[in-house]
Structure formats: structure tokens, C-alpha cells
Design a protein around this ligand. Structure first.
Ligand SMILES: NC(=O)c1ccc[n+]([C@@H]2O[C@H](COP(=O)([O-])OP(=O)(O)OC[C@H]3O[C@@H](n4cnc5c(N)ncnc54)[C@H](OP(=O)(O)O)[C@@H]3O)[C@@H](O)[C@H]2O)c1
Length: 249
């Protein structure tokens, strides 16, 4: 586990967009970023969940967040451009982008893999992060130092039987992260990294490990140190890295 204690004001005046902010790790990240001073833009597909996170952040007295409902499965390149325009108009910059929304589908051998499920997972887990990043780069360049975090998984670094599109999409994410980090190294102040959060007690995990006692797993709130480190300025020199929760500074 990362031994990192951020200051309470780590993210003061920073604007950070979190996808899949209504549940699980994204919800914990949004609340944690807000608790450290950020204005968080909550993006997700279930408005009621985003509203609940909004209320929790507001009631805790943290900077007022914003809600941006969006279903990444059906979103078009134009939708992402519109989002970038809204960010420019309302905030003038974007300091952090956490790509966290993801779906898994059912574990199936490739021979029998459902083609519609393959397309859907590729759209949400790989194409959406590409389109959102592409649209947001201009507004991220307005930041003094900006951070992009892609979410990955262990099966996005070593292939494993039956993990199909989920595994292939995260291999794509790791490639996208490396290409982007290399492109942005010169002449920009944008760093790009990926996180494998490890096994965490959320819906995606419990749905796929029905026999596992969820209480042996960390809660999303327990793994926030690495997210805070990467999204905040203490990681200013870290880019192009594929990190896991056992990462040490
Ligand atoms: N938990 C683990 O053990 C683990 C391990 C490795 C990697 N990960 C990755 O960590 C990330 C977060 O997962 P989690 O564990 O927090 O799972 P989760 O609780 O199921 O959260 C996934 C989030 O993604 C959102 N989402 C899914 N499809 C979407 C779409 N089409 N448009 C917009 N938002 C969408 C969900 O929204 P709704 O709530 O509205 O459905 C939810 O907020 C995922 O990328 C996952 O692959 C998790």
C-alpha cells in the first residue's frame, strides 16, 4: 500500500473530472478529491447516484461539485466536444481527469464470446476514455500542471482466460497511456499514468466473485492514497507509469 499522506489542501482550486463518479471507486475518489479542496465534476450514467454524491460533498462543506450525466456507451465525439466546451466556459481549465467508469460483462472463452458484449465493453472501457481525453486536452493545457489517470486492471497487463474484452480493452488503455505520456512529455505540463486498483469491495468485484467474502477486500476509501498522489502536484514528475496499489514513492 502506498505510504503517502497528502496535505488537506492538496487540491485547492483544482478542477477534476471523475467518470463513473456515482458508485464504487469513482465515488470514493470524487469525495476524497473534494475533501482535499478540489471542485469535482461528477460524470456518470445514473443521475440519482451522482446527485447522492453531490449531496454528500456539499453536506461535508467541501467545494460545490458539478454533475454531468453521460452514458459512455452511447456518447458521440460531439458529446465529448460539448463537455469540453462546458468545462472551458464554467472553469476555464481542467487540472485532473480520472477515467474510472468501467464494465466487465460475463467471463466467457473467446470462442463463445458474445460479440455485442465485446463491442459494448470496448466502447465504455477503451473508446470512451480515448474520446474524452482527446476532447479535454485543450482545456487541460490551461492548467499549470494537469494529471490524467486511466484505470486498468491486472488482466490489462497479463492476459487471463475468460476475461475477453475487459482484458483486451485494458491492454489498449495501457497502450493509450504510454502513447499519450510520450506525446505530452515535451511542451506540455500534463502527466499521464494508469492505476490497477487491485481487488476492491465494489459491485464489479462482488458480481464476478460470488463465492468470495467481500469483507476480506479493502473498501474504495481505503485505496485513495495512490489516486490522491497521482492526481495532485506531488506526482508532477511521474508520467508514463503503470502503477498498482502496492506502488511505493
Ligand atoms: N473493484 C475491483 O476489484 C477492480 C479491480 C480492477 C479494476 N477495477 C476497475 O475500477 C473501475 C471502477 O470500478 P468499481 O470497482 O468502482 O466498480 P463499480 O462500483 O461497478 O463502478 C463502476 C462505475 O462505472 C460507471 N459506468 C459503467 N458504465 C457506464 C457508462 N456506460 N457510462 C457512464 N458510467 C458508467 C457505473 O455507473 P452506474 O453506477 O450508474 O452503473 C459506476 O459508477 C472500473 O474501471 C473497473 O474495471 C476494479
Amino acid at each position: 500500500m502506498l505510504d503517502y499522506t497528502p496535505s488537506n489542501t492538496l487540491l485547492t482550486d483544482r478542477i477534476i473530472l471523475v467518470t463513473g463518479a456515482g458508485d464504487g471507486i469513482g465515488k470514493a475518489a470524487a469525495k476524497s478529491f473534494a475533501a482535499h479542496g478540489a471542485t469535482v465534476v461528477l460524470l456518470g450514467r445514473t443521475t440519482a447516484k451522482l446527485e447522492a454524491v453531490y449531496d454528500e460533498i456539499e453536506q461535508a462543506g467541501h467545494p460545490q461539485p458539478a454533475i454531468y450525466p453521460m452514458n459512455l456507451e452511447g456518447a458521440t465525439p460531439n458529446d465529448y466536444e460539448n463537455l469540453a466546451q462546458v468545462l472551458i466556459k464554467n472553469f476555464g481549465k481542467l487540472d485532473g481527469l480520472l477515467h474510472n467508469a468501467g464494465i466487465l460483462g460475463s467471463l466467457t472463452p473467446i470462442e463463445h464470446y458474445n460479440v455485442d458484449q465485446w463491442y459494448k465493453i470496448m466502447q465504455v472501457n477503451l473508446n470512451a476514455p480515448f474520446l474524452l481525453t482527446k476532447a479535454c486536452l485543450k482545456v487541460m493545457k490551461q492548467s499549470t500542471d494537469a494529471s490524467i489517470i486511466f484505470t486498468s486492471a491486472n488482466v490489462g497487463r497479463t492476459g487471463k482466460a475468460y476475461w475477453g474484452a475487459y482484458s483486451a480493452a485494458y491492454f489498449g488503455i495501457e497502450g493509450l497511456m504510454q502513447v499519450l505520456a510520450d506525446e505530452l512529455e515535451i511542451n506540455t505540463k500534463i502527466r499521464v499514468n494508469s492505476i490497477d486498483p487491485g481487488a476492491v469491495q465494489t459491485k464489479i468485484r462482488t458480481d464476478n466473485y460470488p463465492g468470495e467474502d467481500p469483507n476480506i477486500l479493502p473498501l474504495p476509501a481505503d485505496i485513495m492514497s495512490l489516486y490522491l498522489y497521482l492526481i495532485g502536484p506531488d506526482s508532477i514528475k511521474v508520467s508514463g507509469q503503470a502503477l498498482t496499489m502496492d506502488y511505493k514513492i
